[in-house]
Design a protein around this ligand. Structure first.
Ligand code: HEM
Length: 419
């Protein structure tokens, strides 16, 4: 596949802008496949209209995520940018201290401190609680279906399970869950590809609420330490910064805040997508009911087919060549997970949803920043599908889903179901 190398070409710029507009439209949100297809048709590495590049091919995306030539856009890079309104905005700056925006050595140090968050033993211990959450949420779904005939799977189940799971794991009382979901949905605007001034203002307010909430959480846990996960992290960072309580608190705030918000919309989208992709073809729901041993395969195909995060950015640490395109040091590239997952050179017949495909995907990223919660997200999806298939054999969609107009973080806002 050829690469488009001429960033000054007006036709190419216009073509890319028009494709991106389509991605933001309701049609593009409902079905981004033609958009990804078109972008990949322009090359493995496609100039972005505002500078930098989109990376569309699987191999090129994998190379960027895993290669040492590529860094995440950290604070030092942001401070070199000529657009302070965007890069110095409070909400953007706040996320710049989070794990996903750190490079080595700070990143390596924090990842080592966390270890493997969801190893086999931890997941086994979490499983009974997740099963309980699922049973409770499906009781509510059943009540909604009984009383009104139709229920919203997103609001009733998919958005609730991740916040209950992570809330329970971090010992955050249920009375705070709605507020956490609310500021998470608003904070994300600053992390979109091209946030407007009003997006940044919405995010700034959400960021203030988020900071107050998680700073209080650390303070309260310090006052009453226990054997919970957060108390363990407090002990770890106090030992690392024995003479600097403020530094320990800053690190703790950013870790807890980021791990919590990174786990919510992403997992909710996976759960909603899983139910939608299985229900929109009635044969699939029924087939999986009779072959529950393939639930994990179904979850993997949902992750490949429609990744909850569409795009992630990296910076060239030095002059380099990517898929034949020379990229100057400090240039930003945007990895398009969905386009990569649908690259026919990696996954033949990529637009066919096939439970038994065992396809490859980059949905959880790759390399040093590989998602820390991948195993937990897969477990939540497996438990939810296992219970749903058993309890609601005749579940059906009552219309198509609706989506928030996003370019980076995909969010299904509603999926009405009936049984
Ligand atoms: C379906 C659900 C999820 C998806 C699709 C997802 C996706 C991702 C992606 C794409 C990255 C960036 C990887 C990279 O830059 O190469 C990431 C990082 C991360 N994710 Fe997830 N995630 C999910 C669920 C979770 C959950 C449940 C948690 C925690 C409970 C979590 C915690 C994190 C953290 C802490 C990072 C930062 C890792 C780092 O920068 O070192 N994620 N995730």
């Amino acid at each position: 596949m050829t690469a488009v190398g001429d960033i000054g070409d007006r036709t190419d710029r216009r073509a890319v802008i028009s494709v991106l507009r389509r991605l933001l439209s309701p049609e593009g949100q409902a079905n981004p496949l033609p958009v990804w297809e078109e972008l990949r048709g322009m090359g493995d590495v496609v100039p972005a209209p505002w500078g930098g590049y989109f990376v569309t091919g699987y191999e090129a995306c994998s190379q960027v995520l895993r290669g040492r030539t590529w860094l995440v856009p950290d604070i030092a890079w942001q401070e070199r940018q000529p657009d302070p309104e965007r890069w110095h905005a409070p909400a953007t700056q706040e996320m710049s201290n989070a794990l996903s925006r750190l490079n080595a050595p700070a990143h390596t140090c924090q990842r080592r401190g966390l270890g493997n968050l969801f190893d086999r033993r931890t997941l086994q211990e979490m499983q009974p609680d997740i099963e309980d959450h699922v049973r409770g949420l499906l009781d509510q779904l059943e009540a909604g279906l009984r009383d009104r005939g139709v229920a919203d799977l997103v609001a009733t189940v998919s958005e609730q399970l991740p916040v209950r799971t992570v809330g329970h794991w971090l010992d955050i009382p249920a009375e705070h869950h709605a507020h956490i979901l609310d500021f998470t949905h608003r904070q994300v605007f600053a992390q979109e590809l091209l946030p407007t001034r009003s997006d940044l203002a919405v995010s700034a307010e959400a960021t203030r609420e988020m900071r107050t909430f998680f700073t209080d959480l650390v303070r309260q846990r310090r006052a009453r330490p226990g054997n919970d996960v957060v108390s363990g992290w407090i002990r770890h960072w106090d030992a690392r910064f024995p003479d600097d309580r403020a530094a320990a608190d800053r690190t703790l705030y950013h870790l807890i805040m980021f791990i919590t918000i990174a786990s919510l919309e992403t997992t909710a989208t996976l759960l909603s997508n899983a139910v939608w992709f299985l229900l929109r073809d009635p044969g699939r729901w029924n087939w999986l009911r009779h072959h529950p041993e393939h639930i994990d395969d179904a979850v993997n195909e949902v992750l490949r087919y429609d990744p909850p995060i569409h795009l992630n950015s990296r910076i060239a640490a030095e002059h380099t060549i990517l898929a034949g395109v020379p990229i100057a040091k400090d240039t930003m590239v945007h990895v398009l997970y969905g386009a990569a997952n649908h690259d026919p050179r990696r996954n033949p017949d990529p637009h066919t949803f096939s439970i038994l495909r065992r396809g490859d995907h980059l949905t959880f990223g790759g390399g040093a920043h590989y998602c820390l919660g991948a195993a937990l997200a897969r477990l939540e999806a497996r438990i939810l599908l296992t219970h749903l298939l058993k309890r609601f054999p005749t579940l059906e969609p009552a219309g198509g889903p609706t989506y928030a107009p996003r370019m980076v973080f995909r969010r299904m806002t509603s999926l009405k179901v009936t049984a």
